[in-house]
Each structure stands twice: as C-alpha cells, then as structure tokens.
Unconditional design. Structure first.
Length: 498
C-alpha cells in the first residue's frame, strides 16, 4: 500500500480524531519560512501567509489512505480508454465521452452535474500516406498535423529541403523553398532532472513551421516528431497558420525517417517525397464542458475548480493526454464525498472540451461564468499524464506560492511537496488571465513525450499506483484550499510563453 506506515505515523502525530479541521490558531512568534519562490515570482506581499497545514494533517492522511485502497479511478479510466477511446473535437467519440462523464458523476452522487454547450472546431484527418521516391524508395511513418490542408487527390511529389532551424529556413528564402517540401529536422532536447522535457522549444516547429514555410511558397511540410523516441510511431498535434497565410499539407514524421532524409541530403543526394493527405476543417459543431460539484457548507458561492480536458487527438486512446487528468479530478471529488468531507467553499470539477486544437472549452467557461469569476479561489489542472506526482506549478502572487508550499507539506507521504512558480496549464490559464490563482499538477514527465499525441498513448502505459497518488494529491490541495478560513492569494497571469 501507498506509504501506509509513513501516513499512519503522521496520523498519530496529529493527535486529533475529528475529520473537520478546527479554526487555525494564531501563528507562532517566529513563523516557519516556506521554500522561497523562484526569482521570476512576484515580490513578497506585505500581508504574511498564515501556516495552516498543521490543521489538516489528519484529514490529509485519511485522504491518502483512502485513495490508496480505491479502485474507482482505474475503473473510470479503463472505461474511457477501452470503451470510448480517442476523442477529437467534433467526433462522435467525444460526444460519447461527455455523456459518460455526466452519467458517472451523477452515479457518484455529485451535485449540479450538467454539460455546458461549447461550439468547437471539427477537423477530420482522412486518408494519409507518404514515401521517399528518390534517391531510394522507402515508406514514411507519418501523421497529419491538425488544421493542416489536404493535398490534391493525386498527392504532391516534390524535392525535399532539410532545415534544422527557422534561421536556416529564412536563409534559404523563397528562392530555396518555393514549390518544395520543407523538412524541419529539429531534435527535441532529451529530458533531464534540472530542466525537465525539451518540448516547449521543439514544439514551435510543429506550431509555426508550416505557416512560416507556406509564406515562402513551400508545397508542403514535414516536421520531425516532437519526441525523443518514436520507434517509427510519430506524434501528431495542432499547427497554426497565420492570418492570410495559405494552409498547406503538413505532417509529423518519425525521428527515424527524418534522420534518414537528412543523411541522404547531407550526402548531396536529391531527396524526393510523395505525400497524400486528406485532412479537412469543417464548420464548428456543438460539444460541452462537463460540470460537477460538492457544494460548500459556508461559502458555496466561492469556488475551487479542478479539471482536465475531455478531448484528445484522434490516435491512441488519450489515456495520458488527458483521460488521466479527467479521471484524477473526477475521482478526487468522489473520494472527498465518500469520506464525508464537505468544505467551506464549493469544489467544482470542470472537464474542458477542445483543449487540443482550440481551447474553446476553457474560453467558453470564462464567458459563461464571468459574473462569478471573482468568486473563483483556485483553478487546478491535471494535464501532464499519469505519473508519480511531484508537486504543483503555481500561477499566483508570492502569498499564493508560499501558502501552496505550506499546504503541499501534507503531500510528503506521496512525495509531492515541490512547489514552483510557473504556468499552471492551458485550460486554467484562461482563468489565471482573470486573476484566479492557478495550480498545475506536476509529475515525473521523463517518459511522457514517448506517448504524447501518438498511437502509443494507451492504458497499458499507466500505472495504477501513480493514478491513486495523483488523485490523493489533487483531493488534498482542493479540499484544504476550499476549507481554510481565508482565501488563497491573488492570481496573476502566467509567465509569457516564448
């Protein structure tokens, strides 16, 4: 069981048998100093943060022990992945997933369970294929990028120009690119303990590369898949064409195929590729955000939101991205209800639709709940897969970071005490922009991008014990922030993305 001995030791140390925390005592003369936020965090506010973790140690232990024995989260994730599968915006599978989530949360006894309409883009992949035709013949392992265009019915056959950076593309200019297929062969930096994954920098070639190549007259784009390892199973994702830039066919190719074409080109060979894609963007169609709550006992109008995104790409099962995040927050709410824990404030699960290729769900939530946005105390996001929890990334003022560090000490039995000032996530980022404090569940993501947006994102890559610990971490943070006497910090916009 999940560090049961350590948890029980904490329980004994608490010395109280009540499930409901008492009002916090006055702070001691010398207040414990929490871990200082990184340099980029806002300046320390004048108002000191009051340590409250000691008031919630017993209830935290109960949540951890209950999560360790609970199989409800795994059952939910298995149903979502095995019986529904991948769920791209606008697909029947996404409609099936939102309907399932509503039914499941009603069955768990939650309040105010319903869907809220969102209009979302509908991009349909269609048939796709590609092959190297010269100087050798080889099939390509590829996946078309979301929102990119279809080729003509007979496909495109054109010479390939290989670039490793945007600077190399710009140096070629229109004279070197027009009518050709551009291959962005830019490696993603390997994961390391200090910096984490290199996704943020490498994904720019998928996001912006096709648009920049189209400006120069390229016929199509191949993007080295944004991963460190593919085993010829490429990773898809969205691409964005600037206004007045013609969408062109764009695909992700495996690392192995990108390296092959780059080697051939480096030898002075003329590399030619034949490409066929059928992707088409249709008119927007209706979807929905899914809502469920435990209503607060004293301040029900104040809200702690927690959620993930119910949509996924149209490959694999969407197990890590982001079926796991949805189930983590769904089951965290259920666990609190099963334990009879009703906090002062309302805890609301929001399963956002259309995160992958539009963020329409998060944007619509802010519109629909504009009148109560100042009542939102915290927004928690789970969208980094299902791995061993490490802590939370906080978008908020220094007081919020300090208090989060104090509260996260309750997660020591599951090794999730690390708090850092950072971007809390894409969906809750829309709330952070409205001055709501954001927190993103942080995990060991050393292998996440092996599976992300690929056929390999399936349930067998998820460890049940990690899922249970993630559920416990989110349940504790949500409960304590929803129950503590005063509000958590003041939200700030996340650091600007480069």
């Amino acid at each position: 069981m999940l560090l049961r001995t350590c948890a029980l030791a904490l329980l004994v140390a608490c010395g109280s048998s009540s499930q409901t925390p008492v009002e916090p005592a006055a702070p001691p003369a010398e207040e414990p100093v929490a871990e200082a936020p990184p340099e980029e965090a806002p300046a320390e506010p004048e108002r000191p943060a009051t340590p409250i973790a000691d008031q919630y140690r017993e209830v935290a232990v109960k949540i951890i022990l209950s999560a360790d024995k609970d199989g409800g989260g795994w059952k939910k994730l298995q149903h979502l992945t095995d019986h529904i599968g991948h769920r791209i915006s606008g697909s029947p599978a996404l409609d099936k997933a939102t309907a399932w989530a509503i039914t499941a949360m009603k069955a768990d006894g939650h309040e105010n369970v319903h869907g809220e309409k969102v209009m979302v883009p509908k991009w349909v992949r269609g048939a796709e294929s590609g092959r190297i035709t010269a100087p050798v013949e080889r099939p390509l392992a590829l996946l078309q990028l979301g929102n990119s265009a279809a080729t003509p019915a007979k496909g495109i056959t054109a010479p390939v120009v290989v670039v490793g950076s945007f600077d190399e593309l710009d140096k070629l200019g229109a004279a070197g690119v027009k009518g050709k297929i551009v291959l962005f062969n830019h490696p993603m930096r390997p994961w390391n303990q200090k910096e984490g994954p290199g996704y943020g920098e490498a994904v720019e070639y998928r996001n912006k590369g096709p648009s920049r190549a189209s400006k120069l007259g390229a016929a199509a784009v191949l993007v080295r898949t944004v991963s460190n390892r593919t085993l010829r199973s490429p990773h898809t994702g969205n691409t964005k064409f600037e206004k007045d830039v013609k969408p062109i066919p764009a695909v992700a190719v495996s690392i192995e195929d990108a390296e092959l074409m780059a080697r051939l080109a480096a030898e002075g060979e003329k590399v030619t590729v034949q490409l066929r894609t059928g992707g088409k963007l249709h008119k927007d169609v209706p979807s929905e955000n899914v809502i469920a709550e435990i209503r607060g006992r004293e301040k029900p109008d104040e809200v702690v939101v927690m959620g993930g995104h119910i949509d996924s790409w149209d490959v694999g099962q969407g197990a890590h991205d982001d079926g796991g995040g949805c189930v983590i927050t769904m089951q965290a709410l259920t666990l609190l209800r099963q334990l009879g824990l009703t906090p002062r404030r309302t805890i609301r699960v929001v399963l956002f639709t259309n995160e992958e290729n539009g963020l329409k769900g998060a944007k619509q939530y802010v519109i629909d709940h504009a009148a109560e946005m100042d009542k939102h105390v915290l927004a928690i996001e789970a969208d980094t897969g299902v791995f061993a929890p490490q802590g939370f990334e906080v978008s908020g003022d220094a007081d919020a970071v300090r208090r989060a560090t104090d509260i996260a000490s309750l997660l020591e039995p599951i090794g999730a005490t690390h708090i850092v000032f950072s971007d809390a996530g894409a969906d809750v980022g829309e709330l952070v922009d409205k001055k709501v404090v954001g927190m993103g569940l942080s995990m060991d993501t050393s292998t996440y991008f092996d599976y992300h947006h690929s056929q390999a994102d399936t349930l067998d890559k998820v460890r049940p014990e990690d899922l249970r610990r993630d559920i416990a971490a989110v349940a504790i943070i949500a409960y304590v922030v929803a129950d503590m006497p005063d509000r958590l910090g003041v939200g700030l916009a996340p650091p600007e993305k480069k």
